[in-house]
Design a protein around this ligand. Structure first.
Ligand SMILES: NC(=O)c1ccc[n+]([C@@H]2O[C@H](COP(=O)([O-])OP(=O)(O)OC[C@H]3O[C@@H](n4cnc5c(N)ncnc54)[C@H](OP(=O)(O)O)[C@@H]3O)[C@@H](O)[C@H]2O)c1
Length: 297
């Protein structure tokens, strides 16, 4: 199976590269800026058609959630129109597409985990731009799977785990938001799930039931504060510096973008349709620390 991945250097793309190196029968090609730039849709078509993929995974995105509030045009160009251009090229190549999206399409007021057909109401430029990408991709290619994930971490890249470890090394105590709840999701587990989905699409051929939105996130719901404590617990077990983590309210940590209070995603659909399951947070964290300890990947 031939898989084209955009956003070659991001957390998820790197995890896909590492996962594929352990699997036979998969041929991956990665596209990155400046050759493939979602802000310049004219650069998207040729690299994808040239590779003639069976599947295109669009991981590339403008992911700076707070900065997007002051750069809405760029965020919408990349996450909205750019995703549409990738989907159009995938359609022309006869390829299925997986479009990564986000829990931030929801407003966070629901008290239970969000299911795929819950009403969307993004509260930030980033969330609105990703929602536009979901719609643009689905309009351009009938064989699009929109995969909404959340709170992504990895042994590499810019993420909460690495930020907490850096701050714990610098400060005597941390203050972390305790009234936003979400499902931390390990990038290598997303990569493994995507490859399992790819194999299912290959073995069963395309089914219309695959299309549409699926949620894929870690099984454990925690606050950012609880997540920080789990990270420092694991670090402490390995001899890392542990400092107290004080819970604070969102109101005490103002940010440019509004984030959902409840970000929990139900993954019942992706388990039923594709048979994928995600590892518990503590198992994923251990794996992440193992890889960071080995010098990262
Ligand atoms: N991170 C999260 O917590 C989170 C949560 C929910 C959903 N998601 C979604 O999951 C997907 C993967 O996220 P991630 O964490 O792997 O993201 P990431 O680590 O921030 O990587 C994003 C990648 O997109 C690339 N990119 C940015 N602008 C681009 C452009 N104009 N053209 C081409 N590539 C561009 C970046 O390239 P450079 O290396 O050149 O900067 C980077 O490699 C994204 O669609 C994101 O929206 C992420």
């Amino acid at each position: 199976m031939r898989i084209f991945v955009t956003g070659a250097n991001g957390q998820l793309a790197r995890a896909l590269r590492n996962a594929v190196s352990q699997q036979a029968g998969l041929d991956l090609r990665f596209g990155a800026r400046p050759e493939l730039d979602l802000a310049r849709p004219e650069t998207v078509r040729a690299p994808i058609l040239d590779f003639a993929p069976d599947l295109v995974v669009n991981t590339a995105a403008y992911t700076a959630v707070d900065r997007a509030e002051s750069e809405p045009d760029l965020a919408f160009a990349v996450n909205g129109a750019g995703a549409g251009a990738v989907a159009a090229a995938a359609a022309e190549a006869g390829a299925v597409m997986i479009q990564l999206s986000t829990d931030y399409v929801f407003d966070g007021t629901k008290t239970a985990p969000y299911v795929e057909d819950d009403p969307v109401a993004p509260q930030s430029v980033y969330g609105r731009s990703k929602l536009e990408g979901e719609l643009a991709a689905s309009a351009a290619n009938a064989r699009v799977i929109v995969l909404r994930t959340a709170w992504v971490f990895a042994p590499h890249g810019a993420n909460f785990v690495r930020t907490m470890l850096r701050l714990a090394a610098e400060r005597e105590r941390l203050r972390v938001v305790d009234d936003q709840i979400g499902c931390p999701t390990y990038a290598p587990d997303i990569a493994a799930a995507i490859l399992a989905m790819a194999r299912r699409i290959e073995s069963d051929s395309w089914r219309d039931s695959f299309a549409g939105v699926s949620h894929l996130a870690g099984p454990d719901a925690v606050s950012w504060c609880e997540f920080a404590r789990r990270i420092l617990d694991e670090s402490g077990r390995r001899g890392g510096r542990v400092v107290p983590v004080d819970p604070i309210a969102t109101a005490d940590y103002p940010t440019a973008a509004i984030r959902p209070t409840n970000s929990r995603l139900s993954t019942e659909r992706v388990a039923r349709i594709f048979g994928v399951a995600m590892r518990p947070l503590d198992d994923a964290l251990r794996d992440c620390f193992d890889l960071m300890g080995a010098g990262g990947v």
